[in-house]
Design a protein around this ligand. Sequence first.
Ligand code: PLP
Length: 405
Amino acid sequence: MASLFAHVEVAAPIEVFALTAKYNEDKFQDKVNLGVGAYRTDEGKPWVLPVVRQAEIQMANDATLNHEYLPVAGLPTYREAAARLLLGEGHKALVENRVEGVQTLGGTGAIRLAAEFLKQFLNKSVVYVSKPTWGNHKGIFKAAGYAKIEEYRYWDDANRCLNLSGMLEDLKGAPENAVVILHTCAHNPTGTDPTQDQWKEIIQVCQDKKIFMLMDCAYQGFASGDLDKDAFPVRYMAEQGIEFFVAQSFSKNFGLYNERIGNLAMITNNPDMKLRVRTQCELIVRKIWSNPSNHGARIVATVLNNQAYYEEWKQQVKTMANRIQLMRQLLYEKLRSLGTPGTWEHIIKQIGMFSFTGLSVRQVEHMINHHHIYLLKEGRINMCALTTKNVEYVANAINDSVKSF
Ligand code: PLP
């Protein structure tokens, strides 16, 4: 029988999920998945943070909790705690009561909500994303109806570092109705962030050009292991009285990937604005997901609002950041000891979850097809997926791929 859907084409696979599916099908014993951006222990297993477990047990035993709808803007104790974590206790912007937050479906939901709000109320129609960037930025803004998706230079491929002059030049060329997405820390996929002085220059250019800054903060704590240090650009901007948004995600630093927990923090320069931005966001949310879910928000609020839990969590974030650092060092040393052609210092210089290896598409294909090591074709690897047991195997495979092509 003819179907109404016969003209609907099968969609192109989403690379990172297709890669995981391929990895799952692979029967090879020593296979490694360096694709998906999720933390793994040294046993190669997902990690439920012990403090998250504790919070969940406490929640399960709390007879006062129920499954009523949350407010459209989300759990108030969560939104306040998220803003405090971002800006730091006692930050001027918090004291001056000019920060608002709306709970979202992960960092992705925060970015989408920002895109909708900025289009509707600030008349934005152009977005600038870094080249390269997280695979979903362009798609989210496209889906929100932006007419132009532009790229600013970010990565200097030849020198494997930030291309600051290219970035500034491109931002200076952006029109006034532009939004720019800046990665707060642990840039995905390059693992390369601006220094504090470079941040000041970038922010100044955006201010001069009246470009709206949307900070994507998906990795607070993952870059340096220090939650305060990683929030530098956001705290600096808020001190200057700049108005901007931050898409926060707790997927990585709480390991709450499938709970879809994020927050759109809106930093205004005047307390009167808070009610306006929040209530308009509520109307947008009402039409997209209506209400946010409870579990992830409750976990984050329970941990961040309890001093003892908070201290434990900080240590657990450090544990993750330190393990990544160690894997960077081990991979680098193995590649050097193998005499792998090329320079590999960028592996230890880069920070956060990812390393932008510089492997070519052919070399990546060789890694997948010949060595059963799965990674994105842009050459990004998830450093957390390396372990003391598999790092040698991965280094040998990189060595072979680089020498083969
Ligand atoms: N922004 C960046 C740079 C990311 O890497 C990710 C996730 O990988 C996100 C946003 C989205 O985070 P979430 O899973 O919380 O939606």
